[in-house]
Design a protein around this ligand. Structure first.
Ligand code: BTN
Length: 371
């Protein structure tokens, strides 16, 4: 496989240059139907945005002149940056005569904090935090090609081109979500890894529950839900051939504290960690997920999905539910979920007998009304 040597060196030292990851500012916004705020979220941020955020995160107000002098920019630029910060979901307090302040600054991502929460488990991971990136998955896939080791983690404060399953866009604001990718190397090829995506969902459900979230479940194959709303999503991408070895990039997006503007911008019911009792310390959440991935993927490597199926069943929100499975060809198969197979397939009991599904969109059918 051809690998650019300079690129490989950069990836090995996990010093991806932020500028090389920024999308072209003239890239048209892809969220055509969403309100303007969502489009702002998907645009790459101004180079002064993160320095301004750091200046405003203290208890004191900072005047526009002060910020402009610190950054070496005009007052008009400061005003534009403040507007962008707000559009990204971080409210800025403005008081005439005093200036600007972020009253409730998010807990910024910090690799040292993640390591401290992980304790001895920290040795398994190499965590890098980037301020802004198109997609952590895309960046880590490049890292995988260039030889980054298993356990490499990239977490981003902001993704301007986050990717979801089935080619969807994954939107997350600044500081209100946890978006990261983990590289896992396996000796086996893709066929032996079926079931992994369910295992990752299980690990995430255990982790967010451990940091206080209540009522969390996994909707096959690996959506994290609470109260029927989406709490997080997982995008698993694989490199390698069928016989192995393979490199798997596990991309995870978790809603931690969603701004109302973003809730309005997404096309499905969503929920965040803080509203179900979870912490808003994203470093703690990231450490908890990494710790659980280590445990659950270890069990998966030793015994396959079968080793985790009894536990998955307890977290599985579709277990025993009447569902419709919507297939890519437009057809819908109705039945009752009886479980998941050793290869991670969803088993649905239909009038024609049990059917197994490896893909498709599943919706819960409302219970039939009784007279
Ligand atoms: C889904 O459609 O439910 C999966 C969403 C996965 C989003 C995460 S955020 C971190 C990583 N980087 C991406 O571009 N996508 C995943």
């Amino acid at each position: 496989m051809h690998v650019n040597r300079r690129r490989m060196a950069a990836v090995r030292s996990i010093r991806w240059r932020r500028t090389s990851q920024r999308a072209d500012a003239s890239t048209p916004c892809r969220c055509t139907a969403a309100p303007a705020v969502a489009c702002d979220i998907l645009r790459p941020v101004n180079t002064h945005t993160f320095p301004t955020l750091r200046l405003l995160a203290g208890a004191e107000f900072r005047s526009g002149e002060d910020i402009a002098a610190h950054l070496g920019v005009t007052r008009a630029t400061v005003w534009n940056v403040i507007r962008q910060v707000e559009a990204l979901g971080v409210p800025v307090e403005k008081v005439r005569g005093l200036g600007y302040r972020i009253a409730h600054p998010p807990v910024w991502l910090d690799a040292a904090q993640v390591a401290s929460h992980l304790g001895t488990g920290a040795a398994r991971f190499d965590v890098s935090v980037v301020e802004e990136v198109g997609s952590t998955n895309t960046l880590l896939l490049e890292g995988a090609v260039a030889g980054a080791p298993s356990g490499t983690v990239i977490a981003a404060e902001l993704q301007s081109g986050g990717r979801g399953r089935r080619g969807r866009t994954w939107i997350s604001g600044l500081g209100g979500a946890l978006t990261f990718s983990v590289l896992w190397r396996f000796e086996h090829g893709g066929a032996a890894l079926s079931g992994l995506s369910l295992v990752v969902g299980l690990a995430c459900a255990r982790a967010v529950t451990a940091v206080g979230a209540r009522g969390v479940g996994v909707k096959w194959p690996n959506d994290l839900q609470s109260a029927g709303r989406k709490l997080g999503g997982i995008l698993i991408e694989l490199q390698g051939d069928a016989l192995g070895p393979s490199a798997v990039v596990i991309g995870i997006g978790l809603n931690v504290r969603l701004p109302a503007s973003l809730v309005a911008a997404v096309d499905q019911p969503v929920i965040d960690l803080v509203s179900i009792g979870g912490t808003d310390d994203r470093n703690e959440v990231l450490a908890a997920v990494l710790g659980e991935l280590d445990i659950c993927i270890g069990r998966f490597q030793a015994g396959g999905f079968a080793a985790l199926e009894p536990e998955f069943r307890k977290w599985h929100v579709l277990q025993g539910k009447d569902v419709g499975v919507h297939l890519p060809d437009g057809t819908r198969i109705d039945g009752r979920v009886s479980g998941t197979a050793d290869d991670g397939a969803l088993i649905v009991r239909t009038e024609e007998g049990d059917r197994r599904f490896h893909g498709g969109e599943v919706s819960v059918r409302p219970a039939a009304r009784t007279a």
